[in-house]
Design a protein around this ligand. Structure first.
Ligand code: TNX
Length: 542
């Protein structure tokens, strides 16, 4: 995993390779042709089909930002032909798989066709990246190369997880992240909103979750409350949805519950020192009533089909589940053998609650042994060192999202010289490693016939060691671009050196948005922002 990387790019910034429109993630099929389309102020953006109007607006605004021209827009009714030289977005039911699009750039005009608003939106992202590449290349900045693209994603789940419990980043940083995700055709924003350091989502029925539970963060216990109100949550969810991104909330249980138990100590499963209140108390009906009420508010806020219940690392802080008389009595009364049995009971019961609220339950891979119904759940495989767990999950018919720590955890450093961040026995997650997902991590592990149970891939930005927007960006970029290509581009169309050639345009786009990043072309010259100085007293993990 540590490998020597980027010998190919050491010499400086490569230009997009031939036969390559400069797009990340690389399209499934892309054929360059002679000549190009000149973007002129007199050209129009036209759309057919009501759902095509929003993508057309994104195109208009995006072109203005990148090339400084604001093209006029107009809707077309079917029989009306487009004016000469127009860029036409056509919502055309036809032989399109979900999210697919066709894009033809010709000297006489541009046509973008798709069967859904998502497909059109992704075609627009491809066009905007071509415009950014044209502006950056020497020569004629408004000429888009002629090309014919047929594109659709390899995986339906193309995700990024952000942990806002350990450190809180706030709305502008999240929107900025969603903008970049959308440009990379990522479509799942997994939002880790509760953990030891803070509870970050307003729950009307339990105000102390935020007046008390949102105080402090991983590195500073003394900070005032930082959290999202329900109005904030709705705003972010809508912002993401407008960019074809489904937001997936995570309410971690029964472990990683310290912030909630700080607010409502009667819910605590006990523990001492840094593990005090790490788990909910599994023996009290009050716990289940509380969590059901929380999930009721959560499901009302997130229209997407999934709710994540965490379920990870319970063993870190459930020691007193084996000694506390109330919990021991509960264990026996329910015919459970031990603390592990109680953990499984908890996961089964709460997965059922989520299903009854009309949602698919997601959980970390620990929940699989609990007997949670595969038809109504999906699992995130994160323990890369437990390779056989992936095979077992698939054999048991679970749908699985791949997010193995190596190489999908973005709290791990991405360059040998970096000091702030995690490593695993010295190994870290370079851009190159991320580009090898999924093949490098799943080789030999996917049982025959279960390939389609792999929903996709996700990068996880845990934030014990990431305390602000600058460090977050430094850790995420440009690895997120590699993750996006691994998630979208069919294995046969992936080409590492082509990808490396396209990274500079992506970095310039980050420059344009004033987003910092690690520059793999100049590793020694990209200063690593300092991590948090210390862990605050009383916080677990990390
Ligand atoms: C493990 S991944 C955790 C997180 C930590 C992360 C740090 C998972 C399901 N649990 O609580 O933040 O490692 O890399």
């Amino acid at each position: 995993m540590m490998g020597v990387v980027f010998t190919t790019i050491a010499g400086g910034e490569a230009l997009p390779a031939k036969n390559d429109a400069g797009i990340i993630p690389a399209p499934a099929k892309c054929e360059m042709a002679a000549g190009g389309y000149m973007v002129a102020a007199t050209n129009k953006i036209c759309w057919r089909g009501t759902e095509a109007e929003e993508p057309a607006k994104f195109l208009c605004a995006g072109l203005k930002e990148r090339i400084g021209l604001e093209l006029a827009m107009s809707g077309l009714t079917q029989p009306h032909p487009a004016p000469a030289g127009a860029i036409v977005l056509d919502l055309a039911p036809g032989p399109f798989v979900a999210e697919a699009y066709l894009l033809k750039v010709e000297p006489a005009g541009i046509t973008l066709r798709a069967g859904s608003a998502a497909g059109l939106f992704y075609g627009v992202q491809s066009l905007l990246q071509m415009a950014a590449a044209a502006v950056a290349a020497p020569g004629n900045p408004l000429k888009l190369p002629a090309v014919s693209i047929e594109d659709s994603p390899r995986f339906e789940w193309r995700g990024l997880m952000l942990d806002e419990s350990r450190h809180f980043f706030g709305k502008p940083a999240v929107k900025e992240l969603l903008d970049v995700m959308a440009s990379l055709k990522l479509n799942r924003f997994h939002w880790h909103l509760t953990d030891e350091s803070g509870w970050r989502i307003e729950i009307k029925k339990y105000p102390k979750l935020t007046t008390v539970g949102a105080l402090g963060n991983w590195s500073d216990a003394g900070l005032p409350a930082q959290f999202y109100t329900q109005a904030d949550i709705r705003e972010i969810v809508a912002y993401a949805a407008a960019r074809q991104i489904v937001t997936v909330p995570e309410i971690d249980m029964p472990g990683h519950a310290t912030a909630a138990c700080r607010a409502y100590p009667e819910l605590s499963g006990g523990g001492t020192g840094q593990w005090n209140g790490f788990t909910f108390n599994p023996a009290r009906e009050e716990t289940y009533r509380f969590l059901e009420a929380v999930l009721r508010e959560v499901t009302a806020l997130f229209p997407g089909p999934y709710v994540h219940l965490g379920g990870d690392e319970v063993h870190y802080g459930n020691q007193c589940w084996s000694t506390d008389p109330e919990i021991v009595k509960f264990t026996q009364a329910h015919g459970l053998r031990d603390a592990a049995g109680v953990e499984r009971y908890f996961a089964r019961r709460m997965a059922g609650v989520i299903n009854r609220l009309g949602k698919t339950t997601l959980g970390w891979d620990e929940i699989a042994g609990a007997g949670v119904a595969p038809a109504q759940s999906a699992v995130m495989w994160w323990r890369h060192d437990r390779r056989q767990v992936l095979t077992q999950l698939l054999e048991q018919n679970y749908r699985v999202v791949l997010c193995p720590r190596l190489p999908c955890y973005f709290d791990f450093v991405q360059d040998a010289s970096h000091q702030q961040g995690r490593r695993w026995n010295g190994a870290f997650n370079s851009l190159d490693d991320v580009y090898q997902v999924p093949e490098a991590v799943t080789a030999g592990l996917i049982p025959a016939g279960k390939e389609t149970n792999v929903l996709g891939v996700e990068a996880c930005a845990w934030t014990e060691r990431i305390q602000n927007r600058e460090r977050l960006a430094f850790m995420i970029y440009p690895r997120l671009a590699a993750l996006a290509e691994s998630a979208w581009t069919p294995a046969g169309a992936k080409d590492k050196s082509g990808f490396i050639g396209r990274v500079p345009v992506f970095l310039r786009e980050l420059d344009r948005r004033h987003i910092p990043y690690f520059d793999p072309f100049k590793p020694a010259r990209t200063a690593e922002p300092a991590g948090p100085l210390k862990k605050a007293e009383g916080t677990a993990n990390g």
